[in-house]
Structures are given as C-alpha cells and as structure tokens.
Design a protein. Structure first.
Length: 226
C-alpha cells in the first residue's frame, strides 16, 4: 500500500513538473504590453526589446511582460483569444462538432494560467472567463475520453488526434501510449505472431542513437539591460 501511495505521489509530481515546463516554453510567446515608465532597450539572445514609452503599446515575450508586471512597470494586454466572447465562441464550436476537437491556441492553458495568477487585474470579467475556460476544458476532456473508448472498441492499430493543445498532449500522452501498447499486445496474441525478437530490437540503430533525457534543472531566465 505504501508503494502505491508513493507511485501516485511521484506521478502527481511528474505531472506538475510537466506543466511547469510547458509554462516555461509558453513564456516565449509574444504578447502586448503598455509600459508604465520610460526606459531603454533590453537585450536578449533572441533579440532586443524596447525602448519603452508610457502608454505606447509594444510587443515582448510573455516572461518579460510578467517580470515587468511584477515590479509594476507595465500593464499586460491579454491575447484576443483570452476574452469572454472568444472563449464562448470556442465553446460553441466544440459543442457544434461532437466528433473532433476544434482548434485552440497551442499554449491556451499555460498562458491563461499564468495571466490568471500574475495579472488578473489586466483581464476582463475574470470569474466568467475562468468558468468558461473550465467548461471548455471539461468538454474537450469528455470528447477525448469518448474518442479513446471508441478506438479501444475498434482495436485501432494507430491513433491520430488533431488540434490538441500542449497541455492536452501532456495529459493524454501516457494514456494513449498505454492504449496503443495494450492494443498491440492484443493484436499479437490474437494473430499468434508473437512479440518482436530481441535481435530485431537490439539491432535497431535508431534505438541505440536515441539521446538520453537531460537531467532536471531549474527553469530560470536572466535579464541583461544595456
């Protein structure tokens, strides 16, 4: 029982870490801000941003916008898709198309989460927005579950999913890989072909050259100002 609890704890930690990494990548997305003070150009590896003038809209990476917001140097302009009206449209499209997921921004969940946490005062109708995003998320999750159950019943050998967001990919990847593995084992057992031989597996050059995962590291950024 202790092992089961430890396994669940580890799985929860890995899930949380995965979302943190997704947020880290999402912070490279560009977003508009209104600076509240005047200051010069800031240089980064990916380019220079600024100069910054009060009330003059400029575009910066999300992580820089959050850093400036934290020290009260700017107001963040939410993406056009992060409004009550836009999310209502996404929700309506999902309801009208029961057989497949509709397209949403790739970092939809990550950017929404970051702005809810760090800049709620820059969002309009925050409570309604949270509720609509939750409804949209639940609806898409329900469609994914039904779709996976249908594929299991049909004993699919391959699965193709369109319009998944980054967060949804991270959530469903473990489940989808297990489903495919189970379907493969059922297929092998049914047709009597047996598992792949060790010779074929070990002689695969792709598996030998596959890079090892890098060890975990703290996600951080460094600002250098001229």
């Amino acid at each position: 029982m202790g092992d089961t609890a430890a396994a669940k704890s580890t799985q929860a930690h890995e899930s949380e870490l995965t979302f943190q990494r997704s947020e880290f990548f999402a912070e490279d997305e560009l977003i508009e801000i209104n600076p509240m003070v005047r200051f010069g150009v800031i240089s980064f590896i990916r380019g220079n941003f600024g100069p910054f003038e009060p009330s003059i809209t400029t575009t910066v990476p999300l992580w820089l916008a959050l850093a400036l917001k934290k020290v009260h140097r700017c107001k963040i302009i939410p993406p056009r898709w992060l409004t009550v009206r836009s999310v209502e449209e996404y929700l309506s499209e999902e309801k009208d198309n029961e057989d497949e997921l509709q397209s949403i921004p790739f970092y939809f969940s990550e950017i929404a989460s970051l702005l809810f946490h760090h800049a709620p005062d820059d969002l309009v109708q925050v409570s309604n927005l949270r509720r609509l995003i939750e409804d949209l998320t639940n609806l898409r999750e329900s469609k994914m579950r039904k779709w996976m159950q249908a594929n299991v019943r049909d004993r699919a050998n391959a699965i193709k999913v369109n319009n998944l967001s980054m967060h949804e990919i991270n959530i469903h990847r473990p489940v989808l890989t297990r489903v495919l593995q189970n379907m493969y084992e059922i297929h092998v057992t049914t047709d009597g072909s047996g598992p792949l031989s060790e010779t074929n597996t070990s002689s695969n050059p792709a598996s030998e050259s596959e890079p090892r995962p890098l060890p975990g590291r703290q996600l951080r950024r460094v600002i250098r100002r001229d």
